[in-house]
Write a new protein. Structure first.
Length: 64
């Protein structure tokens, strides 16, 4: 399974599950399609930050 902590694994149009900022304590996942990749570094220990097509922003926890 691809890791959501590496930017090279994330592409625009990809189906992902993210954790929104307000859901970090519970770990609740939100599914959607990547519109923008917001993290500039090649990796991030908590997940690459993305914006979904519906405008929600969070860190990628699952790909696919």
């Amino acid at each position: 399974m691809l890791s959501g902590t590496e930017r090279k694994n994330i592409t625009v149009g990809l189906s992902v599950a993210i954790v929104l900022k307000q859901d970090q304590r519970t770990g609740k996942l939100t599914r959607g399609i990547v519109k923008d990749i917001l993290t500039k570094s090649p990796n991030h220990t908590h997940g690459i930050k993305v914006r979904l097509q519906n405008g929600e922003v969070g860190r990628v926890k699952e790909i696919g």
